[in-house]
Design a protein. Structure first.
Length: 359
């Protein structure tokens, strides 16, 4: 039976990088027996411009009906002055919340071919392979009450609420332990339990769930220390699990260890494994339309889509190996360029991946 994949190109470089990922999907369909149907819809600033909403109803309906979603990126300076409820980012947050995509998998892998791209010394990052598991539908991102209120003395006060229910912590903890079982069997849970009650509960629940996984070694770390350890000795980590806001921050930090935010894919999954897949970088309006954006993170997101939502490990590996081959050939977009390599554009590197799929 054919699977429905919704393509949401979004804003900025989104359409350019997604076009390359779609070429990869089309090649898998034509040459490797992948049974899929693609649909396209608008999200983010592009959707706001067309329909006055960053997440139009028809997009949400298609997203609900799809088996998996591939998203480019949303946002841009053009929409920054809009009311917060209408900003492109709300489209993304609405999809995450509306589809209950609570488990965000953000691998940070250093490709050996790109070792010199990291700002950290090679011996600190060589062989780096961390999986950050970020809770994605709770925490201060969605907590109520929130807003800006007027105090008695007349000044305004902004406020947000960090909240986590036991069930929310438990389900993300299980994802982390299950993931660790397939890797190096270590989970580091990151919190701020010395200050915040919400994360004191987080630590308690993760510890309790950990008892069901005696094969996995569990440790806890405060978020400030975790940020420091990530740049000091990142290879100590296997799986890291944390809440929505800490995960947002730590995953950017981890991404940069690899030297190339343009290489990192992500998956956001619901309880059934339905997912939304996107590069972890943003819409990069400064280089949009120039044909120089790196599409590899989006193409690697296709690999995650194949693995987690279509359960097709064979084709997932084929895509990942094709990306490796292209790196071996020395092709580089400007963001990962190093001396001795060949600088190419978005389309050229996408074409090279497509060609490498059939090797
Ligand atoms: C991310 C992004 C988003 C987030 C923004 C665009 C809303 O930074 O996916 O990490 O904060 O979750
Ligand atoms: Mg972020």
């Amino acid at each position: 039976m054919s699977k429905k994949i919704l393509i949401l190109a979004g804003d900025g470089i989104g359409p350019e990088i997604v076009a390359e990922a779609v070429k990869v999907l089309a090649a898998l369909q034509q040459r490797h027996g992948l049974k899929i149907e693609l649909e396209h819809a608008l999200v983010g600033g592009a959707a706001y411009d067309a329909f006055g909403s960053p997440l139009p109803q028809q997009t949400m309906q298609l997203a609900r009906a799809a088996d998996a979603i591939l998203l480019g990126a949303v946002g841009g300076t053009k929409w920054e002055s809009l009311d917060i409820a209408l900003r492109p980012e709300k489209g993304l947050l609405g999809l995450r919340a509306g589809l209950q995509l609570f488990a965000n998998l953000r691998p940070a892998i250093l490709y050996p071919q790109l070792a010199s791209a990291s700002t950290l010394r090679p011996e600190v990052v060589a062989g780096l392979d961390i999986m950050i598991i970020r809770e994605l539908t709770g925490d201060i991102y969605f907590g109520q009450p929130r807003g800006v209120r007027r105090l008695d003395n007349g000044e305004r006060q902004g406020f947000n609420t960090m909240v986590y229910a036991e069930s929310e912590i438990e389900r993300i903890a299980r994802v982390a332990f299950e993931t660790a079982l397939k890797r190096n069997r270590r989970v580091c849970s990151v919190d701020k339990a010395n200050v915040l009650e919400a994360t004191e509960l987080w630590r308690e629940v993760v510890t309790r769930v950990g008892k069901d996984y005696p094969q996995v070694q569990l440790s806890h770390m405060y978020v400030d220390n975790a940020a420091m350890q990530l740049v000091r000795a990142p290879k100590q980590f296997d799986v890291m699990v944390t809440g929505n806001m800490f995960g947002d921050i730590l995953s950017d930090c981890a991404a940069m260890l690899t030297g190339s935010i343009g290489m990192l894919p992500s998956a956001a999954l619901d309880v059934h494994g339905k997912g939304m897949y996107e590069p972890i970088h943003g819409s990069a309006p400064d280089i949009a339309g120039k044909g120089v954006a790196n599409p590899l993170a989006t193409i690697l997101s296709v690999a995650m889509l194949l693995r987690y939502s279509l359960h097709n490990e064979v084709l997932a590996l084929r895509v990942e190996q094709a990306v490796q081959r292209v790196l071996d050939q020395g092709l580089r977009t400007p963001d990962i360029y190093a001396e001795g390599c060949r600088k190419v554009g978005t389309r050229e590197i996408g074409d090279a991946v497509v060609a490498a799929l059939s090797v």
